[in-house]
Design a protein around this ligand. Sequence first.
Ligand code: NAD
Length: 426
Amino acid sequence: MTVKTMEPKAEHHESSMFEAVLARLDVAAKIYGLSEEVANVLRNPQKQVKVSLPVMLDNGKVQVFEGFRTVHSTVLGPSKGGIRYAMDVNDDEVKALSAWMTFKCAVANLPYGGAKGGIKCDPRKMSVTELERLTKAYTIAMADVFGPDRDIPAPDMGTSGREMAWLVDAYNKVHRGDFPGVTTGKPVGLGGSLGRDAATGRGVMVATLAALKKMNLDPKNVTAAVQGFGNVGSHAARLLSEQGIKVCAIGDHTATFWNEKGIDVHAALRYAKENGGILKGFTGGVEIINTELLTANVDVLVPAALQNVITEEIATQIKAKLIVEGANGPTTPEADHILNEKKIIVVPDILANGGGVTVSYFEWVQNKSGYYWPEEEVNTKHDASMNLAFETVWDNTTQFKTSMRIGAYITALKKVELGIKAKGVF
Ligand code: NAD
């Protein structure tokens, strides 16, 4: 097994997410021996667009919103990445997430580059009609950035299939045609793919099983804790428990629960469904505090909610032997160093949560061919793709005697470097 690492500590400015990406990129580039020229191309996003969006509110007043889209790379294909609606969306975060998408798509073997977008807004404080006008204004402002063969958005935090359907509608009107492949994550029936909803959680489950196999652990004797009970966390917890893993802790922003005998995840899902999507008031476990879930006495920890939750301080207290990152960026570079020292295996975000973009790619392929696959076919293709990505990263991790995070970056760098060199630079 891995992970004796001589990895240099990744240095970065703590407040910048993009700096955190560059810190990992620099470590991987050094270990792999990436040329300075190629590293420099990847340090600088290809295109950054910022728009102002005057939108009529329901009360007749006009509010101006800020919209962002960063295309980090199109070396391996059209850029791909979600659109986030949140008050803390900013240039730095969008840039960081766009670079992660480049690496994630390369690790997952998809013919895509990376991008990310967002609007600074609080979707929970806006009406449905305001959100529709905002989404359509953003799409029209980005009409020359997006395109089924150019830049393909998807949902992210604060957006869903609903926003993607509005986006397609506005894009179709600007470009006078029918372009379902301009975005993914659409509702099933409007060009969406079966299996997309659970795909990221499914990928987390497949990656967990693959890692346990390397560690010679039988899922039936393994316990887990899952932070976050939204799209990624709820499907991950359900699918892990269906594989015989005892999920002892779950939690969301309203409450966290512990049950030594294992939480009945299906009961928790039913509870959340009946209670506005939240876990507060669930009685299938004792209530614990949020950070206790991260340091709980379990074998597998799945952070599937927020970024930067595994800090240096938390890392020193983590008891899990395996961390599978459902969320994007849940571990700080400083915490990485401690986890490496403790020989905890971390299946990194750019590998572990790649199931979502993989099934987005299948959606795009189905849109292009106009032929839709049954769910079993989507799942079978997804699992094969995820297992291949895991094995490739594992091989690079072993070959370069490094952590799986840096092994994943090296996997991506190899592919992007090949693309940059083969296409040439002028
Ligand atoms: P979501 O909005 O559906 O769910 C987020 C969950 O996190 C909710 O249950 C929420 O209550 C919980 N949460 C929020 N604050 C919390 C806190 N302080 N403590 C504990 N839980 C908290 O979002 P999602 O789509 O599940 O995304 C979660 C993460 O996974 C994000 O980092 C996202 O970028 C990443 N991700 C999502 C996908 C996807 O397909 N949805 C794909 C790749 C990566």
